[in-house]
Design a protein around this ligand. Structure first.
Ligand SMILES: Cc1cc2nc3c(=O)[nH]c(=O)nc-3n(C[C@H](O)[C@H](O)[C@H](O)COP(=O)(O)O)c2cc1C
Length: 194
């Protein structure tokens, strides 16, 4: 059966490096028959900047944030996908603020009580696309990968990642990088077969 993939785009730049690489990943996944939905986290309308720690989701029986804005349905839909991909530029050695706004709202997909953690993400696989200006060792991209690894480990799974270093800010130049395109499309194909 064809895989359903959700990509959360976490760059403030609509046509920047992360969007370019994400587009190739989507192209690769579609070529293998997957359906791909890309959500632009930077352009969702939020009522709260990230999680406001109201703990309303812990009182509610639903796996859904009680703050109703454009992030609510996106996050609540994660269990409907085979693969959820976080796509982020490396900003100051970490994830972008824009993707973190969505990730923190994932609190609503967990119930924490009596030392137990319950969630509804058993069927979902998670992946990371990260782009950065520095190289693999000095850019912070490994820290970003480690962060996603820990989140996914907390869910009880392992993740796949595509880390693209050494990109100049001019997205036009990135668009001409055939080696990056090939790598990204292969990654998309891998996600579609996961
Ligand atoms: C605010 C800001 C912080 C950045 N911090 C880092 C960094 O810590 N490490 C790095 O290698 N590149 C850093 N960069 C470069 C970006 O990660 C890189 O250009 C990335 O591909 C941009 O993706 P985008 O076009 O999707 O925004 C930073 C860029 C900006 C604007």
């Amino acid at each position: 059966m064809s895989k359903k993939i959700l990509i959360i785009g976490g760059s403030p730049r609509k046509n920047g490096n992360t969007a370019t690489v994400t587009g190739w990943v989507a192209e690769g996944a579609k070529a293998e028959g997957a359906s791909v939905n890309i959500v632009d986290a930077a352009r969702l309308k939020y009522k709260t900047a990230g999680c406001c720690s109201c703990y309303g989701c812990q009182v509610s029986q639903q796996f859904r944030c009680v703050i109703l804005d454009e992030a609510t349905d996106v996050v609540a839909s994660f269990p409907e996908y085979d693969v959820v991909v976080f796509a982020s530029p490396v900003y100051f050695f970490g994830l972008s603020a824009q993707i973190k706004m969505v990730i923190d709202r994932m609190f609503s997909l967990f119930k924490f009580s009596n030392g137990k953690t319950i969630h509804n993400l058993q069927k979902v696989n998670f992946a990371l696309i990260a782009t950065c200006g520095g190289d693999l060792d000095d850019s912070g991209v490994k820290l970003v990968d480690e962060t996603i690894k820990e989140i996914v480990h907390f869910i009880g799974k392992t993740h796949k990642s595509l880390l693209i270093p050494s990109l100049v800010p001019t997205a036009g130049e990135t668009a001409n990088k055939e080696d990056v395109k090939e790598k990204a499309m292969d990654f998309g194909k891998k996600l579609a077969k996961w």
